[in-house]
Design a protein around this ligand. Structure first.
Ligand code: FES
Length: 343
């Protein structure tokens, strides 16, 4: 028996290792040829100190100089001492390159191309080594656009346990992936991607969550909801989904399905275009008050274009509310992603 440990590095690259309950995370990392930061290996120096964001474990033996009680209470841990009691997600204080590892590469076959509208296309892949691909719900990969030397970053819209992986793409004029998907792509095409990447992933929920999506920023939140369908969150989860025009509005039926199967999940949506058929016109900020944020006792996950991310941050500040945690990811039409976290 072993548990899965996600090692999330400072440069956003995530590697997954198997760790038995009777071995330390550092030992398991070493066996996987991943050199996480280590010095004493004895719980004395604190060099390996990491942050556990999900899962339970035995912290092992160590001295106060390496890890204080306060740090341990906040989830900090020592991989050279800790043994897992469940799957874990750890933030490792080094780059993947410094740990002599990097993103994994995968080959895949295009299994489906779904043209939701003129602005939004979804594609699904059968991954060659699907069992070798693990990711956290919310993460993305860098996809090599077939027939070009370009890569684009896309968040999984599928859940980690689903065999086929899928991605949502906003179609933009002159975009490399847009041109491929609208002009050349066929089921059966081969493509490659590397990853998984990013620190915008679902943490263990200990309080209500507010999910905010702008346009195809819905993709990582769909992945999170798929995980919640498998592992009920035990907390209220509300999603606000904002788009520019009715054509951008996708997967409302999927959200309705999740509302049926994920206990405590509700959602609302709005469209900025005044000519929209949507019940609510405007921006997601118009649907957010202090109560939506549980007066601060909420974890916020936001994925959207930069202007939306900034508008939401400013709106939350204007409400005089500070969410318990705030995770966001900005994407641009070229799908360059910035992930960050504000306490
Ligand atoms: Fe020294 Fe872990 S390596 S405390």
């Amino acid at each position: 028996m072993s548990f899965q440990v996600a090692l999330n590095f400072e440069d956003g690259i995530t590697r997954f290792i198997e760790c038995r309950p009777d071995e330390t995370v550092a030992e398991a990392s070493y066996k996987a040829r991943i050199n996480i930061p280590l010095d004493c290996r004895d719980g004395a120096c604190g060099t390996c100190k990491s942050l556990c964001e999900s899962g339970s474990y035995d912290g092992g033996d160590y001295i106060e100089e390496a890890l204080t009680d306060d740090e341990a209470a906040r989830g900090h841990c020592l991989p050279c001492q800790m043994t897992p009691h469940s799957d874990l997600v750890l933030r490792i204080p080094s780059s993947a390159a410094a740990a002599k590892t990097g993103p994994a590469a995968f080959g895949a076959t295009v299994a489906d191309i779904r043209r939701h509208s003129a602005t939004t296309v979804e594609f699904a892949l059968d991954v060659d080594n699907r069992d070798g691909l693990d990711f956290l719900p919310g993460q993305y990969v860098n996809v090599a656009v077939p027939g070009t030397d370009q890569t684009r970053s896309y968040s999984f819209s599928s859940g980690p346990a689903q065999r086929q992986v899928s991605f949502l793409v906003r179609i933009v004029d002159g975009g490399a992936m847009s041109a491929y998907l609208t002009e050349r792509a066929s089921v059966g095409d081969r493509l490659e991607f590397t990853g998984p990447m990013g620190s915008f992933y679902l943490r263990q929920l200990t309080r209500p969550a507010l999910l905010l999506a702008g346009g195809t920023g819905l993709a990582p939140l769909l992945s999170m909801l798929e995980r919640m369908a498998q592992q009920p969150p035990g907390r209220p989860v509300h999603l606000l989904y904002g788009v520019t025009t009715d054509e951008d509005l996708v997967h409302l039926d999927t959200l309705e399905d999740y509302a049926e199967v994920v206990p405590g999940f509700t959602f609302d949506h709005c469209v900025a275009d005044p000519a929209s058929r949507a019940r609510t016109k405007g921006f997601v900020t118009g649907l957010m008050d202090a109560g939506t944020l549980h007066h601060g006792d909420a974890d916020v996950y936001l994925c959207g274009p930069p202007a939306m991310v900034e508008a939401v941050r400013a709106h939350i500040a204007s409400l005089g509310v500070t969410p318990a945690s705030f995770h966001y990811e900005k994407f641009t039409p070229a799908a360059v992603r910035t992930t960050a976290e504000a306490a």
